[in-house]
Design a binder for this molecule. Structure first.
Ligand code: ARG
Length: 282
């Protein structure tokens, strides 16, 4: 109805890719979260938690589903498929052999859905939207984490391939091995982050580009509860858990915080943001 009355108004419902946790489990260890959780998840719990996340995201976005593949337990972490920018898809090149067979599935899916595939130079590791996050303020800059999974060399390559400014950030704490575990750009240029996960120089970069009133630094307890691993859809912030203090700060900045328990996925080192990939990055 509204659309028919104002045909010039662009449709702005975000599109989010998710991949069901049908084959999710912790069967190998490639980050510290997984160490004590091998064979410690159940399909029932992960299925319920993922369904709750999908239903919550679907209230604020169009959810697109990628079919999961057997023997690829981490494929449910859709953020790691690659990086989307407009109609371009830059496929991930995983550091660990355990995840490399995901690459062919992801490439095929994005080819099938009409994306232009642009590959990074050979030998450069890059784990997609797990380590590359677009600023959600006025700028189109891309924040890129390196030091654990992605190589720093991916930053200049992405800048050249996509024609965007890329700011590399050095990650230093093995528990926060992907940028999206400790850093989250929000609408309006607000940025949630865990300072201790970065080296000094990178903190300096964050402080240069994000003004003090837009910085939402979290304490370790929030970081360990994956509060930085949030899905931001306009005013909505979906995350595993936020302390009362963090919730208040987000609300004061105009956000609506929705908690969805995702502890089953935290055993593998991921939560809300890791389980999603924005398909509309304009
Ligand atoms: N077990 C997965 C890994 O270590 C978790 C990936 C989480 N994804 C993310 N975007 N942080 O690769």
């Amino acid at each position: 109805m509204a659309e028919a009355m104002s045909p010039m108004v662009e449709r702005t419902v975000p599109r989010v890719l998710m991949c069901a946790p049908t084959f999710f489990e912790v069967s190998y260890v490639i980050n510290p979260w997984m160490t004590h959780h091998v064979h410690d998840t159940t399909p029932e719990r992960s299925g319920h938690q993922w369904d709750a996340l999908r239903e919550t995201v679907a209230q604020h976005a169009d959810v697109v589903l990628q079919p999961p593949a057997e023997s690829l337990p981490d494929m449910t972490f859709a953020a790691n498929a690659g990086l989307v920018f407009r109609n371009t898809f830059v496929p991930s090149r995983f550091r660990f052999a355990e995840r490399r067979d995901e690459e062919a599935h992801d490439r095929a899916w994005f080819v099938r859905h009409g994306f232009d595939i642009v590959d990074l130079p050979g030998g450069v590791f890059f784990e997609g939207a797990g380590d590359a996050l677009f600023d959600r303020g006025a700028s189109r800059r891309l924040w890129m984490g390196h030091g654990h999974r992605s190589d720093r060399e991916a930053a200049p390559a992405l800048a050249q391939m996509l024609g965007v400014e890329v700011l590399p950030l050095q990650l230093t704490d093995p528990r926060f091995y992907h940028l999206d575990t400790c850093f989250c750009p929000l609408a309006g240029g607000y940025t949630v982050y865990f300072p201790s996960a970065f080296d000094e120089a990178s903190l300096g970069v964050i402080e240069t580009y994000v003004s003090p009133d837009k910085r939402i630094a979290v304490e370790e307890a929030d970081a360990l509860a994956f509060a930085c691993n949030a899905v931001n859809l306009g005013k909505i912030v979906i995350l595993n858990r936020a302390s009362a203090d963090l919730r208040l700060r987000l609300e004061n900045a105009g956000f609506v915080v929705i908690e969805v328990a995702l502890d089953e996925f935290m055993k593998s080192g991921g939560a809300a943001k890791c389980l999603t990939l924005r398909l509309d990055e304009l």
